[in-house]
Design a protein around this ligand. Structure first.
Ligand SMILES: [Zn+2]
Length: 226
């Protein structure tokens, strides 16, 4: 676990991240890891001495939502938020919408029993986090920009495991997020849009948190576009 003042990363098998974001009213949990992550997350919250008051999911892949049901059982009052587009995927409906690239969905969408009580669209705020559209890896992925310090929780739009990479093309050193990507041209567009936000820190779903990530994001986008 690494932590700064506002952000605490909780890891599972050294490769899967969830984040606790400190707010005045408690903690926002971003993603829930795979099954079994709930115990790690609850232990981390206890060390921080604050309650988890809400959960935001960046997307519906199994390594981001797998811990949700166990957490909700332990925290029945917690608010669960997911993007409006990702909500059906979380509920097991894999139908693509008219107007979307009709590419095959990749990766695991196990679904959850828990349903989101709040549906998010880009521009919404969740505490200090601004919701940013980040489609491509999945149809409705979101990223979250902390307005206080410009930390970008980017889901699987970028990975930093095996070096900073987009998921528009599998990184040979950690190919999984790239292989699980739904539509690579959209993922590349998203990588560019997130870079344009000039984040001060990049906090990905897989890999360590990277400070001052702009040069590394530019290089990753250039590789992704090849
Ligand atoms: Zn994913």
């Amino acid at each position: 676990m690494t932590s700064s003042q506002k952000l605490t990363r909780v890891t599972q098998i050294g490769a899967v991240n969830a984040y606790l974001v400190a707010e005045d009213d408690g903690l926002t949990l971003v993603d829930t890891g795979m099954r079994g992550m709930d115990r790690r997350v609850l232990a981390a919250a206890e060390r921080l001495g604050a309650p988890i008051v809400r959960v935001v999911l960046t997307h519906a892949h199994g390594d981001h939502v797998g811990g949700l049901d166990a957490l909700v059982r332990r925290l029945p009052e917690v608010e669960v938020a997911v993007s409006e587009r990702e909500a059906p995927l979380l509920a097991g409906d894999r139908t693509l919408r008219a107007g979307e690239p009709q590419a095959r969905l990749r990766g695991s969408y196990p679904g959850t029993r828990a349903r989101a009580g709040r549906l998010l669209v880009p521009g919404d705020r969740v505490g200090s986090l601004e919701v940013v559209a980040a489609p491509g890896h999945t149809p409705g992925q979101i990223a979250l920009l902390d307005a206080r310090d410009r930390t970008l929780l980017c889901g699987d739009a970028f990975s930093t495991l095996g070096g900073v990479a987009t998921t528009a093309r599998p990184n040979p050193r950690f190919p999984l997020p790239g292989l699980a990507t739904w539509h690579r041209p959209t993922a590349l567009e998203t990588a560019r849009a997130l870079r344009a936000l000039r984040p001060a820190r990049l906090a990905p779903g897989h890999g360590r948190v990277v400070d001052d990530p702009l040069a590394a994001m530019d290089a990753a986008i250039a590789r992704g576009a090849r």
